[in-house]
Ligand binder design. Structure first.
Ligand code: HEC
Ligand code: HEC
Ligand code: HEC
Ligand code: HEC
Ligand code: HEC
Ligand code: HEC
Length: 263
């Protein structure tokens, strides 16, 4: 026979067992939806920067590619350090060469252009492929006018973004790989229709025009020489005519005097 205490502890045991079962089910589901167990941060923490080392465990590939780039070294880069020192270490420079720069305090969270510069602070993990994101730093004199050049180019008007060329297949080196152009420009397109045909056509036209101009120049030169020749000839004719006229006058005077003497 069970006593009351035994019955009570059995009931507690059954109760705990069912709780454990439910927890197991919930955990099981959340394992399927990986991100649900991935981001155990409060709203407060999510607003602050956590640094690229907090991303490496889950995004090793992006981290490795990024780690070798100018972005990761944007602050430590000796060229930047030298130029920054020469300028008197102004805060201005840190806006684009660090992550989480605070204008009001002049402080920043991490050196260089890190994951969170592009994906938002903390574990927000947002993806922004807009040219304006890149353009926020690659602009003006410091950013060598890349954004301005892009907006004036044919690609901006066709909805092609910086990432279309610089983040080919999600690459985080941001180098433009040879395959990037071919995602949109199929081979017969880029070679025959626009680039080579057109540029070569224009070059040949220009060459033609140049040689035509040369021919005209030679003709003009010939004409000038002709004129010069004619001018010299006229000059010579005038001189000889003058001389002949002088001789005639002398001869007439001579005959006149002889006539008068003999008459
Ligand atoms: C504990 C693991 C973990 C950590 C740490 C982590 N992530 Fe993620 N992240 C994930 C998972 C899982 C996904 C979803 C994967 C998928 O959609 O392919 C994801 C997706 C993303 C995406 C793509 C989101 C989308 O909408 O496609 C970005 C961007 C990202 N993470 C950035 C970061 C950054 C930046 C950090 C560091 C601040 C970070 N992650 C830290 C696990 C992690
Ligand atoms: C508006 C954002 C921005 C600001 C502000 C800024 N830079 Fe830069 N800087 C860039 C970008 C973007 C590049 C990369 C340009 C490129 O390669 O096309 C760069 C590149 C450089 C480079 C070249 C590094 C190399 O490896 O060639 C130096 C040096 C540099 N910046 C120094 C400075 C200094 C010093 C200041 C402050 C006086 C400053 N930057 C302010 C965005 C900025
Ligand atoms: C200069 C901006 C920039 C930096 C820095 C950057 N990313 Fe990204 N990231 C992007 C862009 C743009 C995409 C979208 C690429 C695409 O698919 O076109 C992306 C996509 C991703 C994705 C989604 C999967 C994919 O490849 O499309 C993950 C995950 C990610 N980044 C993680 C990281 C991590 C981790 C770091 C730091 C180690 C990092 N990123 C640094 C701009 C950046
Ligand atoms: C927070 C500012 C910032 C953002 C956002 C940013 N960059 Fe940069 N980027 C820089 C700086 C600064 C450098 C130069 C670092 C150095 O050389 O010291 C750089 C370097 C580069 C380089 C290498 C240039 C070189 O001369 O080697 C490429 C390519 C590049 N960025 C592309 C992009 C693209 C594409 C995006 C958008 C997806 C982007 N960047 C977003 C600041 C930024
Ligand atoms: C149609 C493709 C395309 C688009 C769109 C594009 N780029 Fe480029 N970008 C290139 C190519 C090609 C190069 C030359 C790469 C080289 O010389 O290695 C380049 C060079 C650069 C460089 C200098 C890299 C270096 O190594 O000196 C930076 C920085 C850059 N681009 C940033 C941007 C930014 C920012 C945007 C958007 C506002 C953008 N690009 C849009 C194709 C593109
Ligand atoms: C995401 C798609 C996309 C990518 C990637 C891309 N382009 Fe384009 N490109 C376009 C579109 C769309 C146009 C406008 C096409 C048109 O009107 O025929 C264009 C136009 C051009 C033109 C002007 C052609 C003309 O008719 O005058 C040239 C040159 C060009 N692209 C070269 C490149 C190069 C080089 C790359 C790689 C570095 C590249 N593109 C990458 C989509 C792309």
């Amino acid at each position: 026979m069970m006593n009351g205490i035994e019955r009570g502890s059995r009931r507690t045991f059954a109760f705990l067992l069912s709780i454990a079962f439910m927890v197991a089910i919930v955990l099981g589901f959340s394992m399927l939806e990986e991100r649900a167990i991935v981001v155990p941060v409060s709203a407060q923490e999510a607003a602050s920067y956590v640094g690229p080392d907090s991303c490496v465990t889950c995004h090793e590939e992006q981290y490795k590619e990024w780690n070798d780039t100018a972005h990761s070294k944007a602050y430590s880069d000796p060229e930047f350090q030298a130029a920054w020192e020469e300028a008197g270490n102004p805060d201005d420079c840190l806006q684009c060469h660090t992550t989480g720069f605070d204008e009001s305090t002049g402080e920043y969270s991490y050196e260089g252009v890190t994951c969170e510069s592009c994906h938002g602070a903390g574990f927000t993990m947002q993806v922004d492929k807009s040219p304006e994101l890149c353009g926020s730093c690659h602009t003006g004199e410091y950013g060598r006018d890349k954004y301005e050049e892009y907006t004036e180019g044919i690609h901006a008007g066709s909805g092609v973004t910086c990432a279309s060329c610089h983040a080919y297949e999600g690459s985080h080196t941001f180098e433009v790989e040879s395959g990037a152009c071919a995602t949109c420009h199929t081979d017969d397109d880029i070679h025959s229709r626009n680039m080579i045909g057109e540029f070569q056509g224009r070059a040949l036209e220009a060459e033609d025009a140049a040689s035509q101009l040369e021919v005209e120049l030679f003709e003009l030169q010939d004409q000038v020489e002709d004129q010069e020749g004619r001018i010299t000839f006229i000059g010579q004719v005038t001189t000889y005519a003058g001389l002949a006229l002088g001789l005639v006058v002398v001869a007439i005077t001579f005959f006149y005097l002889r006539q008068r003497n003999s008459g």
